[in-house]
Ligand binder design. Structure first.
Ligand SMILES: O=C(O)CCC(=O)C(=O)O
Ligand SMILES: [Fe+2]
Length: 284
């Protein structure tokens, strides 16, 4: 893909690229916005260094991409409820996103894009990893692709946000504020193989945080198939890993990736600002 206003430096063999030539302290021209959008679709996750991104700037770029979401469980900021301050104080373990997942697949319309801004990042640790669910799909055998082709997966937050096993979240023991909502127990259905609405590429759309079972099967019957896909899709060859600095931005495409936030920097503080952009419902 040719870009006229940015330079794109590939980062991982399977996904990920650094984007140079963008200044998020200013409003992007329509042409540059289109280049950034295309770089995101082409590389699944893109990274920017040394950016001054204000709260208003993050809201503005969010609106350019679509509709910023308000999380039903995790509290946003007072001024802009769409912005979540992801704070991990020194001396605590990280708990937000610390396992493989795709953002908010328990929504009827799962999140399309997430944009995370590093405000205060640790000197070491706290990296984030992404897995290409497109690369994973491409490497499945024809027999497996055929078997999975028409399967539908039930997603829910009922395990990840279960008040019985994650009570500490709701009891205010975390720096993130969680509020219980009936959304937690809802079940939604998404195709197991997802076709990207812009690129047309296929990917495996399951994740261990929110995928509960394959429709028409019991949880026990689904488990080995889902577990195989979790293991297969997060093998190192399909993964890239980003080393954060203050003022870095990562922007990823939840239609075709999973990600994992490392919990390995207990002694350091980490503060990020996050916005997610709503997606659409794929037919099942
Ligand atoms: O803190 C991170 O590196 C990522 C956390 C996460 O899963 C998210 O922001 O969606
Ligand atoms: Fe996440």
């Amino acid at each position: 893909m040719g870009y006229s206003t940015i330079e794109v430096e590939r980062m991982g063999a399977s996904l990920g690229a650094y984007v140079h030539g963008v200044d998020f302290s200013k409003k992007l021209s329509d042409e540059q916005f289109q280049d950034v959008h295309d770089a995101l679709v082409d590389n699944s996750v893109i990274f920017f260094r040394d950016q001054d991104l204000s709260r208003e700037g993050q809201m503005e770029i969010g609106h350019r991409f679509g509709t910023p979401e308000i999380h039903p469980i995790v509290a946003g900021s007072n001024d802009h409820p769409e912005l979540i301050e992801v704070l991990k104080p020194a001396g605590e373990g990280a708990s937000f996103g610390t396992g493989w997942h795709t953002d908010n697949t328990f929504f009827e319309k799962p999140t399309m894009i997430t944009m995370l801004y590093g405000i205060e990042t640790p000197p070491v640790g706290g990296d984030t990893m992404w897995a290409s669910m497109e690369k994973a799909y491409d490497h499945l055998s024809d027999g497996m692709k055929e078997m999975l082709a028409d399967m539908v997966v039930v997603h829910s937050a009922k395990v990840a946000f279960d008040p019985r096993t994650t009570a500490d979240k709701y009891e205010g023991k975390h720096s993130l504020k969680y509020t219980y909502s009936d959304v937690v127990n809802e079940e939604v259905e998404h195709p197991l193989i997802r076709t990207h609405d812009v690129s047309g590429r296929k990917s495996i759309f399951v994740n261990p945080m929110f995928s509960i079972r394959i429709k028409g099967m019991t949880e026990k019957e689904s488990a080995p198939i889902l577990q195989y896909l979790y293991d297969f899709s997060t093998q190192p060859e399909f993964v890239c890993r980003f080393r954060w600095q203050d003022k870095s931005i990562a922007m990823w495409d939840n239609r075709c990736t999973q990600h994992f936030a490392m919990n390995d920097y207990v002694e350091y503080k980490r503060l990020m600002r996050r916005i997610t952009i709503g997606g659409d419902k794929r037919p099942v």
